[in-house]
Design a protein around this ligand. Sequence first.
Ligand code: FES
Length: 580
Amino acid sequence: MSETKKNVKLRSAEWFGTQDKNGFMYRSWMKNQGIPDHEFQGKPIIGICNTWSELTPCNAHFRKLAEHVKKGIIEAGGWPVEFPVFSNGESNLRPTAMLTRNLASMDVEESIRGNPMDAVVLLVGCDKTTPALLMGAASCDIPAIVVTGGPMLNGKLNGKSIGSGTAVWQLHEQVKAGEITMHDFLAAEAGHSRSAGTCNTMGTASTMACMAEALGTSLPHNAAIPAVDARRYVLAHMSGMRIVDMVWEDLRLSKILTREAFENAIRVNAAIGGSTNAVIHLKAIAGRIGVDLELEDWTRVGRGTPTVVDLLPSGRFLMEEFYYAGGLPGVLRRLGENGLLPNKDALTVNGKTIWENNQDAPIYDEEVIRPIDNPLIKDGGICILRGNLAPRGAVLKPSAASPHLMQHRGRAIVFEDFDHYKTRILDPDLDVDENCVLVMKNCGPKGYPGMAEVGNMGLPPKLLAKGIKDMVRISDARMSGTAYGTVVLHVAPEAMAGGPLGIVKDGDIIALDCAGGRLDVEISDEEMRQRLADRAETQVKGAKSGYQQLYIDHVLQADEGCDFDFLVGMRGSAVPKHSH
Ligand code: FES
């Protein structure tokens, strides 16, 4: 029985490679699936980690995707074993799919470590599935390749394209402002999501797909090929072929997920106008593989990068057009040609560097992937803020914000939590004007367990009726990648963890200074100390047991990636001892 090729000892041989009682047991039970004996004779066993679920509509086509991965694995001389993991569907899961990102990552990690596989293909799509699978696989550090499900075709309404999520926010505000009827609003549903795939805007799913490609964990073009395009299935097939060779090359995630790769991803996030959620997810993935990423890396590497991809919610187009325009390879080439790809030598899953893969990538449409000297946003990236209101940081996405509000002082209108916001914002007597700053507390990782995407608070109806489109909003929550506005998010520490956000009162003056990277409440240090000392202890609403309690007890703050304290780090893929 051959266990090696090019001197690589197969991990799966620990299960299937012995002629004894244990080998008998491992092989015999697997043979009940009709697997012939020769498949156990030294072939790499490749896990296909599948987040398929009909409750995760963005990943509902993954059984077909997995079949194409399997064809590639078999063609290259491996044997595929598909397994399910917890599927974080953004649209259905309550209270928020972020609550279970870490749970899914544990599922992935332990499924990989405890089972006979030499490498793994990660089938990801909807927002949290990408970081969850990369986090779990990174903690194991075996060869892994990402295959994304791909974005939906363009949404369509009344003959025009509409973008996933972004259209919902826009249409809902139009209803509240009396510009369209509720009938028109509901009629948009079917055209909004008209094919398999993930949100077609540059929301969190598309952003994380681009991050996976920029990190080098997928083959080129993985991020943007539409879900229903036959080329998506070709890419799945090719990824299946490639992962088998990655076993023989011992090309583990730790060789790809280097600091250099994360710096490339941060730069790419700025160039694509990516989601603020990437700040949290990249930190969490980096933490699993031992790369120390800091919020300041987003300033140092990302800020000032021109946003060249003209996609909603920052720009005009959708992922379908992005692929036709050249996709992420076009962006990487554009960056590299202009001295803006920080680490051209970063290794990728196909064994080539990121620059070797993308240096000749064509760009077919310069309206979608714009020239560096005619960008969508000159000064893109994520703005990191610090100050007495956010000692451990906060974020704002300039490309989704209103330029006139990025330097702003205003009177705080304070909501104690999301429920308080929902009722108070509708109060016709609320003393609010467009210069006020809406402040919401207790929506951070612990306060609203999972850190819901409620940071882009809708504006007071009476201001919407006046035609006001944007106001400064501040919270410890997250925001959907499909949303927009001058919205300060991820304030850390969060109010529930004792952060100063919790002591802001109605009428306090808040100063936002994006250029200077500051977020302050204009009270004296003494007043701040007194208010923090006087502050009554608040409790998280809801259950005090089960997974939610585990989450509250162990989740780290936003600046640390919201991972669990006990999950940070790489635990490797040493084969656990057998129990029989
Ligand atoms: Fe799944 Fe947007 S809801 S990608």
